[in-house]
Design a protein around this ligand. Structure first.
Ligand code: B12
Ligand code: SF4
Length: 441
């Protein structure tokens, strides 16, 4: 039970990210908050609250702990800033992608007391209860912490949560209106997550490490029910499914589309997809997506070079990409393709091949609305990260160094100056078209 209902027991802090011109719901901390029903919570989103740090300083005086959500990069520096102002009595707990990938280094920082590795809903609840009771943290799976003598303890991995058994997202903790955007051509849209993880093992992606190649989801009926509730409560015309892999289970996709149509749900949506999933699909499948409201599909196409696609382990060929692109041209579904350049061993000629490939894709498919060209960044824990280190990449060793780890930088040792200049030009030509990717540090 809560210590006192007048004061805050737990603060959940979502730091700025450095790319905050169009903010989306802070789903990570909202999901973590869903299970803390017996505690007085304060959810502070630094991206939209100008007095966020003052709030942490003041409210943490009575709090059991301050939970901070952190992804690799700039968000670390803002997370550290908040952790430093937290009151000494409140323990600082970091969760999210970065502390999961680098728990030891995160705990090395004197401002972090505990790390939650992986999904936070059940683990953080256990941590809060244990901190409140002053009991032994070592019995909690999926965390790391420091003993009094400074020794770090990492407990064993925790099983994934059952998404169907979790409480609903507590939207009342935030001012949802501030997160409703007009992105992707919607008038009012929000993000929703109905599955987690991905069964694939692309060598550049953190998903195989973070989600151990296990895909989990809400059942189709529940997915539609949440969609409808979100749409009706906030008067939305669009939903962005914030999934790692929306299409991993085609039966769920088919059921979802069928129920949406049966219930006559008037909603349009965007999701991520894989080229290989659509390669064998016929017109009936595309029609079904359209009728169920699919407005935009985003694909990680990644490269126009078959050699690079193999290195990335995409299990896709350029031939297949061209074919799927032509099929998509016959629908009314808008498309967005993401590409990566600067992969270890990639040559400037291969990058040029990718650029020409983008032009062919555009020519073949008028529904292709945008292509993003990202410069490869080695994320800790991935297979290509190890390869990058072999190729001379020097990995950051502490949190402050990771905070300076810039995405899209082209500073990798295997890239010569001429190629780096070329890649930056190419990337900014494609990325600056997007409001979404405008950095605002
Ligand atoms: C929305 C989003 C963004 C948004 C906002 C960031 C945010 N965190 O919300 C913006 C646009 C800023 C963004 C930017 C980028 N992103 Co991004 N983004 C996402 C995305 C699509 C959804 C995040 C989300 O809301 N997930 C849903 C929640 C429920 O999951 P979760 O965040 O993992 O939270 C759970 C646990 O991690 C944990 N947890 C999280 N926080 C906390 C806190 C506490 C206290 C506790 C106890 C637990 C806990 O519990 C939660 C519930 O189980 C993810 C992919 C994904 N599916 O997660 C990528 C992802 C986080 N992004 C990624 C990347 C690479 C980027 C970019 C580099 C650009 C790019 N290529 O996408 C930039 C970098 C920005 C920068 N400044 O450096 C990577 C992460 C890389 C890394 N090592 O951090 C991801 C995983 C995508 C991927 N598969 O590669 N991103
Ligand atoms: S890049 Fe996409 S398909 Fe590949 S492992 Fe990551 S989430 Fe899965």
């Amino acid at each position: 039970m809560s210590v006192s209902k007048n004061m805050v027991d737990v603060i959940l802090f979502f730091p700025k990210t450095g790319m905050d011109s169009m903010v989306q719901l802070p789903l990570s901390v909202l999901c973590v908050a869903s299970t803390l029903t017996n505690y007085e919570l304060s959810l502070i989103d630094e991206r939209i609250e100008s007095d966020a740090l003052k709030q942490v300083e003041k409210k943490s005086a009575s709090a059991i702990c301050v939970g901070v959500s952190v992804m690799t990069g700039r968000q670390i520096s803002y997370g550290l800033r908040a952790s430093k102002v937290a009151h000494g009595n409140a323990r600082v707990v970091w969760g999210g992608i970065h502390p999961t990938l680098e728990p030891g280094q995160t705990l090395n920082n004197k401002n972090v007391d505990v790390v939650v590795r992986g999904e936070g809903e059940l683990t953080f609840l256990d941590v809060v209860k244990s901190l409140e009771a002053g009991s032994d943290l070592s019995r909690i799976d999926g965390i790391g912490f420091k003993e009094r003598n400074g020794k770090q303890i990492l407990t064993k991995d925790r099983k994934f949560v059952d998404l169907n058994a979790l409480p609903e997202t507590p939207y009342d903790l935030v001012n949802v209106e501030k997160y409703i955007t007009q992105r992707e051509g919607f008038r009012r849209c929000l993000t929703l997550q109905t599955s987690r993880g991905c069964p694939h093992d692309c060598t550049f992606c953190i998903n195989p490490v973070y989600n151990r190649r296990q895909w989990r989801s809400l059942a189709a009926e529940r997915m539609v029910a949440r969609t409808v509730r979100l749409k009706e409560r906030f008067k939305l015309d669009g939903i962005i499914y914030q999934e790692d892999n929306f299409f991993a289970d085609m039966r769920r996709v088919e059921d979802f589309c069928r129920i949406i149509q049966e219930k006559n749900v008037d909603i349009r949506w965007k999701a991520n997809c894989r080229i290989s999933y659509l390669a064998r699909k016929n017109k009936r499948f595309y029609d079904m997506l359209e009728k169920a409201g699919c407005k935009l599909l985003q694909f990680g196409v990644e490269s126009g070079s078959d050699r690079i696609l193999k290195i990335l382990r995409k299990h896709t060929t350029t031939q297949q990409i061209l074919e799927v692109n032509r099929k998509l041209a016959e629908t009314r579904i808008e498309c967005r393709y993401n590409f990566i350049v600067g992969i270890p061993t990639e040559t400037i000629e291969e990058i040029q091949t990718t650029l020409k490939f983008i032009e062919v894709l555009k020519r073949d498919n008028p529904n292709l609305k945008s292509s993003f060209v990202n410069i490869y960044t080695p994320w800790p824990g991935t297979e290509l990260y190890a390869k990058s280190i072999q190729e001379g990449f020097i990995s950051p060793r502490k949190l402050e160094e990771w905070a300076q780890f810039n995405w899209n930088d082209a500073l990798m040792p295997w890239i010569d100056k001429k190629t780096a200049r070329f890649m930056r030009r190419v990337s900014s030509r494609y990325l600056t078209k997007s409001k979404f990717f405008k950095p605002n540090l």
